[in-house]
Write a protein that binds this ligand. Structure first.
Ligand code: ADP
Ligand code: ADP
Ligand code: MG
Length: 435
């Protein structure tokens, strides 16, 4: 929906692809043309690179925007597009490959002079993991080299837990990502997840579009994001901008990209990973900078140079986003599916709801649980919090379980309101409730 709208405003004809489970999806009717590319399971449609490219060839597409999820960070897909002379809207295949392998990304960033979370190389067996853990010091995280979406991450508090966790993590990584390789990272605690948004054209111009605080997470997945990070000192922001641009330059980065860091209480930040695509939470950056990121992604892929320099970017105010998921937050966030019987979307100035749902729509059970993003903008953070609470109270989605009430609870917590929350915020909330 987001991409089709950008195309339409730019006078570009759009075509979408869909699976048999998504025939009734809103974007399928919004696009100028739509092509069914296979069955409901992602492997037979949205992850089938050849099917996507065939549809692109059938409609003579000049470019493909990969969105997020699925093939958006898949180097072979980007290379396949290039081989058919279709512009992949994102960085080059080599860059995606380098940054998609978390271990190689860590190495590349270390060599570029970026501070990286202390950790190990790939642990080939338990004994090597044990040696590395001894050097790093518990607690540690075991992470999948090819991991993503908050999955394939395990916390290990002491050596007694290591063997089982190591074997479990490797086999899970093999099953979920088709790659069993894992490595170890020092578990940093308490920290904020703060990420830098950059935009780079094909001519070496790179700008920093501010940062986002994505520390409100459940199971290592983001729930609320805001820009700017309200507790980030000016000087740290300046350094983060410098380091992020340097990192992007080191890998010849093109298009939109996000560098994720963990920020500790002493104002030190450490590279965690780079996401080589548009991010779910890009709207908060758009709201504070006034820059339409999807349009710039398209222009960059078409060979246009950036029309602004770092000095032209003056983020102002505060934007907050709540992810609305079809899930039951009081039952271990179990995904929900079903039909939307009644829908009311909040409105008013600086209230945005990015979604693909409509009244009467049945949510398919095959995909991610996110069904919408509520985004607000205001001049101050206090006003933004009041605005998003008001908008949330107006949002009505009947017929399926959503996390909207849970989001409201979070927005009323002191730790959220004062901005000092860290990535363990929701887990603490849960434990306090149980106590
Ligand atoms: P981000 O860092 O942009 O917030 P995440 O790491 O949360 O992204 O995950 C990447 C994106 O891919 C998310 O938007 C997630 O909803 C989406 N995603 C992951 N798996 C699927 C899936 N099976 N179907 C649809 N979307 C998916
Ligand atoms: P993914 O590719 O799944 O997004 P990330 O490496 O970005 O994986 O980690 C997801 C989340 O897990 C982070 O946002 C953070 O909350 C947590 N996390 C990851 N690495 C560490 C670490 N070394 N110490 C503490 N928390 C971490
Ligand atoms: Mg991440």
């Amino acid at each position: 929906m987001r991409i089709i709208r950008a195309c339409r405003e730019m006078g570009i004809t759009s075509a979408s692809v869909f699976s048999e489970a998504d025939r009734e999806a809103l974007y399928v009717s919004l696009a100028d043309e739509s092509y069914c590319i296979g069955g409901p399971r992602p492997i037979s449609s949205y992850l089938n690179a050849k099917a996507v490219v065939s549809a692109a060839l059938a409609c003579k597409a000049e470019a493909i925007h990969p969105g997020y999820g699925f093939l958006s960070e898949n180097a072979e897909f980007a290379a396949l597009c290039a081989s058919y002379d279709i512009a992949f809207i994102g960085p080059d295949a080599e860059t995606i490959k380098k940054m998609g392998d978390k271990e190689e990304a860590r190495r590349t960033m270390r060599e570029a002079g970026v501070p990286v979370i202390p950790g190990s190389d790939i642990a080939v067996d338990y004994y090597q993991a044990k040696r590395s853990a001894g050097e790093i010091g518990f607690p540690i995280l075991i992470k999948a080299r090819s991991g993503g979406g908050g999955r394939g991450i395990r916390l290990v508090k002491n050596e007694a837990e290591l063997e089982e966790a190591f074997r479990g993590a490797s086999s899970e990584a093999q099953a979920v990502f088709g790659d069993g390789a894992v490595y170890l990272e020092k578990y940093l605690h308490p920290v904020k997840h703060v990420e830098a948004q950059i935009l780079a054209d094909n001519y070496g111009n790179i700008v920093f579009l501010g940062e986002r605080d994505c520390s409100v997470q459940r199971k290592n997945q983001k729930l609320i994001e805001e820009s700017p990070c309200s507790t980030l000192p000016k000087e740290t922001r300046r350094r983060m901008a410098e380091v992020s641009i340097m990192a992007a330059r080191a890998v010849g980065y093109k298009n939109a990209g996000t560098i994720e860091y963990l920020l500790d209480n002493d104002g030190r930040f450490f590279f965690m990973e780079m996401n080589t695509r548009l991010q779910v939470e890009h709207p908060v950056t758009e709201m504070v900078t006034g820059i339409d990121m999807v349009k710039w992604q398209i222009r960059i892929a078409a060979g246009s140079p950036l029309e602004f320099a770092q000095g032209d970017i003056m983020p102002a105010g505060c934007a907050i986003e709540c992810r609305i998921n079809a899930e039951d937050p009081y039952n271990n966030f179990r995904p929900a599916s079903g039909r939307i019987e009644r829908l009311h979307i909040p409105g008013g100035p600086w209230v945005r709801f990015d979604t693909g749902i409509y009244q009467g729509y049945a949510i398919p059970a095959f995909y991610d649980s996110m069904i919408g993003k509520l985004i607000v903008y205001a001049r101050t953070r206090d006003e933004a919090i009041r605005k998003i609470r008001s908008a949330l109270s107006e949002l009505t989605i009947n017929g399926i379980d959503t996390n909207a009430d849970f989001q409201m609870e979070i927005l009323s917590e002191d730790a959220f309101v004062n901005g000092a929350y860290t990535t363990d915020f929701i887990e603490n909330l849960r434990q306090n409730r149980e106590a």
